[in-house]
Design a protein around this ligand. Structure first.
Ligand code: C2E
Ligand code: CA
Ligand code: CA
Ligand code: CA
Length: 279
């Protein structure tokens, strides 16, 4: 939510009206976007940390707006969350990611995986299992090659319910990943019960590794925790070779970040190195 300013009366200021108006406009445009195929998925590579090859990709949503150009999710997902349209958008994302994965599988990359992000609302929809099943079947995707990323905050909203939902999903064979890990307040007890196969360390811990030595301590504690729970660890937001080396030495399984590859439209992923890391 937006900063309300010093006095809290900003609601009456004209600039705010413009903001409200542009939010409403965005909301209308977003329905059109779905109908007119203006949504896009970009793909960011995930590399195996110790061995080097691309393991798969995280699908990240973009909106090719006819007037405003390419929009990032921060601009339009908050309003989609508010109106509930995120559920429709989320279903589109799951189906489109599976379609793309099929294309890659058929063009010489049968082992690649894809991860999609689930919003809290989508995670709690009771037809999520059907949506996922339908997309897998439609495109003939082996379930274990689809990962669903749920943030730690979402998973901890109603921990018992999350265990139930994730159990249902992982029974299909898909993988679950706990995203933005370290920013929420997971109870270890629940973390142990969640049928997830990986933790994604929040970018914030990786970003400031060089400037905040305490982050190195937190990172090594998170990796140790994950290993003791038999979870794979993905580090995201890797931007420097130092970060890459440190995270690899800690035992992170997978690395993702601008150093290794930015999110790209599918027709550009050929530009990525197939393999990274030390010789
Ligand atoms: P996230 O799931 O934590 O995704 C990682 C974000 O970090 C992405 O931003 C990615 O482009 C960015 N990133 C990756 N590597 C680096 C790096 O080295 N440095 C920096 N500074 N950033 C890096 P993006 O694509 O703007 O997405 C932002 C957020 O929007 C995502 O955060 C996720 O929460 C949400 N999102 C994106 N796509 C979807 C979607 O299809 N459905 C839902 N529900 N949420 C989505
Ligand atoms: Ca994510
Ligand atoms: Ca994340
Ligand atoms: Ca995030």
């Amino acid at each position: 939510t937006k900063n309300n300013g010093r006095n809290g009366y900003n609601f009456f200021q004209p600039s705010m009206n413009i903001q409200v108006q542009s939010q409403l406009q965005l909301n209308n445009d977003l329905w059109q976007a779905l109908e007119h195929n203006e949504l896009r998925l970009f793909y960011q590579p995930k590399y195996c940390a110790p061995c080097g090859p691309i393991l798969g990709f995280e699908a990240l949503l973009r909106w090719q707006h006819p007037v405003r150009g390419l929009l990032s999710p921060d601009v339009f997902l908050p309003i989609a969350e508010k109106t509930g349209m995120i559920v429709n958008i989320g279903s589109w994302v799951i189906n489109e990611a599976c379609r793309q994965l099929r294309e890659w599988h058929d063009s010489g990359h049968p082992s690649w995986t894809v991860a999609v992000n689930l919003s809290a609302l989508q995670f709690e929809q009771n037809n999520l299992v059907q949506t996922v099943t339908a997309a897998l079947n439609r495109h003939g995707i082996p379930p274990e090659q689809l990962t669903l990323e749920v943030t730690e905050t979402t998973a901890m909203r109603d921990p018992d319910e999350s265990v139930r939902i994730l159990t249902e999903l992982t029974t299909l064979g898909v993988k679950a990943s706990i995203d933005d890990f370290g920013t929420g307040y997971s109870s270890l007890l629940y973390l142990k019960r969640l049928p997830a196969s990986e933790l994604k360390i929040d970018r914030a811990f990786v970003n400031e590794l060089e400037s905040k030595p305490e982050d190195a301590t937190i990172l090594s504690a998170i990796v140790a925790l994950a290993q003791s729970l038999n979870l794979k660890v993905v580090a995201e937001g890797v931007e420097t070779a130092e970060q890459q080396a440190f995270l690899t030495s800690l035992g992170c399984n997978t690395l993702q970040g601008y150093l290794l590859g930015k999110p790209l439209p599918p027709d550009r992923i050929g530009e990525l190195p197939d393999y990274v890391g030390e010789e």
